[in-house]
Design a binder for this molecule. Sequence first.
Ligand SMILES: [Zn+2]
Length: 72
Amino acid sequence: MSEENVIVVDCGDEVICDFCNDSYTDSEEIGGSAIGTWAICPKCTGKLTEEPDQRCGDDETFRDFVYRLRKQ
Ligand SMILES: [Zn+2]
């Protein structure tokens, strides 16, 4: 086991699913959605029982989608 690295992340750029708390900051995974101010990752979006307010674009990564939401 190597020593645990301390990762310095600019808070403003961090992308985390508000449901499962998985980090998508370095993920290129496409998909995801949002309900209100909650960002929901592609995995959790598949488990939703209600229709989200907004959905990620067809070729948009979850990360870019969250950045777009923050700019609104
Ligand atoms: Zn999730």
